[in-house]
Ligand binder design. Structure first.
Ligand code: ADP
Length: 243
């Protein structure tokens, strides 16, 4: 895991505007959003449904592009990269965790975790299996490694998806409602896993509807009507100094 460097900016969002054409109308979903996220922060994005939270996340990951403004993530100008550059950058720098897990159904959990390593080529083919096994162990699934996603529970699939998100050791984890399809006990377990990863130096930003879990995230950004309504630091975290 990477050492935490105090105040190293991982995400810089500056004056982001997002507009969509809907029929003959232009709808502005995000209206001048700006914020920074530092390494080792755990941030939740909350707010009413349909207010642009997923759209914002998709711009941070480069899945979508803003109509105006700048987004720098892990030192790269996300908005200015080509699709190919984005795919390569994302593969090494961002682990994305989805509400519905998105595991490839025909591959075992182990193979699902190995796949991003095959794309990124950061680890040698020999290292990949051992690394995938150790990540499955980290999320408590070493004994399920050879099962297909359909053979394990939703919580187990999400934990495997977290192992997959960690495959190339990205500094940033992004979750779009990652506990939205889990019962409250399993959601709490998955949440604890995120907290543990943040304690180890990862930066995490997630959209959540779960008010109880959002209370436990150190920083909460509330988006209402396309603007930041609140940006609250709920818990101060003491950062370890990098050596
Ligand atoms: P949230 O995550 O807060 O629920 P979203 O970011 O998913 O909100 O969506 C915000 C708004 O943007 C919604 O009204 C949605 O219908 C609209 N929207 C999202 N993607 C598109 C698109 N590709 N074209 C037009 N409208 C879109």
């Amino acid at each position: 895991m990477s050492a935490i460097i105090p105040n190293k900016t991982i995400i810089q969002v500056k004056d982001i505007v997002k507009k969509y054409e809907v029929g003959n109308n232009e709808v502005t979903i995000l209206k001048s959003i700006s914020f920074d996220v530092h390494q080792g922060e755990f941030v939740s994005i909350v707010g009413p449904s349909g207010n642009g939270k997923s759209t914002l996340l998709n711009m941070i990951t480069g899945i979508d592009r803003p109509s105006a403004g700048d987004i720098t993530v892990t030192g790269r100008d996300v908005n200015k990269m080509s699709e190919n550059q984005l795919a390569g950058w994302r593969g090494e720098n961002v682990g994305i965790i989805f509400q519905f897990f998105q595991m490839l159904p025909a591959l075992s959990l182990l193979q699902n975790v190995i796949l991003p390593m095959d794309f990124a080529n950061k680890y040698t083919p020999k290292e990949r299996k051992a690394r995938a096994m150790s990540l499955l162990e980290l999320v408590g699934l070493a004994d399920q490694a050879d099962k297909l996603p359909s053979m394990v529970s939703g919580g187990q699939q999400q934990r495997a998806a977290i192992a997959r998100a960690l495959a190339n050791d990205p500094p940033l984890l992004v979750g779009d409602e990652p506990t939205g399809n889990l019962d409250s006990r399993t959601a709490a377990e998955v949440f604890d896993l995120f907290s543990q990863l943040v304690d180890q130096g990862k930066t995490m930003i997630m959209v959540t509807h779960d008010k109880e879990l959002a209370q436990r995230v150190p920083r909460r950004i509330e988006i209402v009507n396309g603007r930041i309504a609140r940006d609250d630091v709920l818990q101060q975290k003491s950062l370890a100094v990098a050596n």
